[in-house]
Unconditional design. Structure first.
Length: 323
């Protein structure tokens, strides 16, 4: 059963030169108890998509069009009071940089307690404290009762991220949005955080929207994945199918860019060029100026994201041709 459905989302920013679209006609859905990954390079619009789901884009950010249905309720049409009931309570979020979102003048425990009190999931502060400490223990923070009284600057990057996860889960959300949850963490801690998220997802039977630029992080965890490029989804399917047989040239490039220590070649593959700047997209396919198999039609006409096979969507005139 579908928990979240995004339809025709168009979002961006108002500037002195006019509106700039960063997310352009994005549609996808997330099922109950599913890990769904949104993958792409930095600057593709992944985080703007995440913020749009909770209507957190502040001026000059703006949602221009679309619908976001959560349990059949359009989050873009409801009033602020109802939206605040859903934010944090039914939909939790782990932000990309915990240091930017943890309040430096309040302890970790105070911030988790405040979240639970606001959403009325506990009867009193004493109950909230016990529950907060239990969540800190659940996310693997040692000496949880002591860390309850710690300030953010007293914690390592991995501990801050675990604290953010504890805060996001403290109200037992049905959907968790994890926006680059392993950014700036070393490889060992990255693996620990991802294992933690996977274990908690299974334990709590919640859905997860995992946003990342790293395909290898989602290879064994996400059930379905959507690949995003320059504000648009270019391919979506089951993770296993995507990794076995990527159809879009951009997806193929992302997979080839993952380092493989078993290969004897010393030179790593990289996709040439950079993601185009919003508002200055190339004519036709947005990937055409970086694509090794692009032809004249790619530079004149923009491909439509359409069903190629059952439960598989691709936006490419030459879907399946290898780069």
């Amino acid at each position: 059963m579908t928990l979240l459905k995004v339809e025709g989302l168009k979002a961006g920013f108002e500037t002195t030169d006019g509106s700039v679209t960063v997310v352009d006609d994005v549609s996808f859905d997330i099922k109950e108890s599913e890990i769904f990954a949104l993958v792409g390079e930095s600057g593709c619009g992944k985080s703007v998509t995440a913020y749009s789901i909770l209507n957190l884009l502040s001026p000059p950010g703006k949602i221009f069009a679309g619908h976001i249905f959560f349990q059949n309720e359009d989050l873009l049409s409801i009033d602020l009071k109802r939206l605040n009931d859903i934010r944090g309570r039914k939909i939790g979020m782990v932000f990309q940089e915990p240091s930017s979102f943890l309040n430096p003048v309040f302890t970790i425990g105070e911030q988790i307690v405040e979240t639970m009190i606001f959403h009325k999931v506990v009867q009193n502060i004493s109950q909230a404290k016990k529950k907060a400490i239990s969540f800190l223990e659940r996310v693997g923070i040692p000496f949880a009762e002591k860390r309850f009284y710690s300030y953010p600057h007293e914690l390592s990057g991995g501990m801050k991220q675990r604290s953010m996860i504890a805060m996001a889960l403290s109200c037992n959300p049905e959907l968790l949005i994890a926006d680059e949850p392993t950014t700036a963490l070393d490889v060992t801690v990255q693996e620990q955080i991802m294992n933690l998220l996977e274990d908690l997802q299974k334990e709590l039977k919640m859905s997860v929207l995992l946003i990342t630029h790293n395909l290898s992080l989602v290879a064994e965890r996400a059930e379905r994945v959507a690949v995003m490029y320059a504000g648009k989804i270019v391919e979506e399917t089951k993770t296993e199918l995507l990794l076995e047989k990527p159809l879009h040239p951009y997806t193929q490039g992302l997979i080839k860019s993952v380092p493989d220590i078993t290969l004897k070649e010393k030179k790593l593959y990289s996709i040439p060029g950079v993601v185009p700047v919003p508002g200055k997209m190339p004519q036709g396919c947005r990937f055409s100026n970086r694509c090794p198999i692009a032809s004249d039609i790619c530079k004149k006409k923009e491909p439509v994201l359409e069903n190629i096979e059952s439960d598989r969507r691709v936006a490419c005139f030459f879907a399946g041709e290898q780069i």
